[in-house]
Design a protein around this ligand. Structure first.
Ligand SMILES: [Zn+2]
Ligand SMILES: [Zn+2]
Length: 241
């Protein structure tokens, strides 16, 4: 088999994408790849078919090289939504399982590519990155035509998926909070007025313990870095006047 160059792979990706989006007929796409980019017709057809299966999360049997797969997945991640990327990785996993069973073998290098891209995906499972990603996905979708969007909608699972996200929280020291509140003794340490009301559960004055330098900005959870505030002062410190 002749080696397929990076630029041939990139072109195969572009053509496969156009075919999937309905801008090119499959037969014309295969012709462009074979006549203009020197790919043999069978490989050209495999690329186009593989892409479609990946975008739709379906198993494919004839695969491309590991390098081509890596390039395809990277481009899918850039061009399409998180969901399409997930489809592509699921399809690749189905393919690897099929291939290993069929030929009684292991494909460690293809698995490596799968795991690498999965790891990148799950690394970005923070709330912020999910919101950012979703916003980017909407922008990408808006750049498609309505017909192209409908293709994706039709190929999508209508049941909403649940994912588990990781949220970074700062664990605060309850003793610092209690000690600061006890020092303030019911008087806001900023405006020096009485706490506006007492807590229903224990009758203690309602003040909020605030970190002067925020924990998220590297502030320490110490007495020196805290101040007990009435809700008005607390709001002002966070949101300005
Ligand atoms: Zn106050
Ligand atoms: Zn605060």
């Amino acid at each position: 088999m002749t080696r397929i160059s990076d630029s041939q792979i990139k072109m195969a990706y572009i053509v496969s994408k156009e075919v999937f989006l309905g801008k090119l007929r499959k037969i014309d796409g295969a012709l462009i790849l074979s006549d203009d980019y020197d790919l043999n017709k069978a490989s050209a057809g495999d690329f186009i078919n593989c892409f479609k299966c990946m975008a739709e999360g379906r198993i494919f049997q004839r695969a491309m090289s590991c390098k081509a797969m890596d390039i395809f997945i990277k481009n899918i991640a850039d061009d399409f939504s998180f969901e399409v990327l997930e489809n592509a990785l699921n399809a690749l996993e189905l393919h690897i399982n099929y291939y290993e069973a069929q030929y009684d073998t292991n494909s460690p290098s293809m698995r490596k590519i799968l795991n690498m891209h999965r790891a990148t995906m799950f690394n970005s499972n923070s709330i912020e990155s999910i919101f950012n990603q979703f916003q980017k996905d909407i922008d990408k979708s808006l750049s498609l035509s309505s017909d192209e969007r409908k293709r994706f909608i039709n190929a999508s699972d209508p049941n909403p998926k649940q994912i588990t996200v990781s949220v970074k929280v700062y664990q605060r020291n309850s003793h610092v909070v209690a000690e600061r509140a006890s020092i303030a003794d019911g008087i806001c340490e900023r405006c020096k007025t009485q706490a506006p009301f007492l807590r229903a559960k224990d009758g203690s004055p309602y003040l909020e313990v605030h970190h002067i330098k925020h924990l998220s900005e590297g502030g320490l959870d110490t007495l020196d870095n805290t101040i007990a505030l009435c809700p008005n002062c607390h709001r002002e410190l966070h949101f300005g006047q």
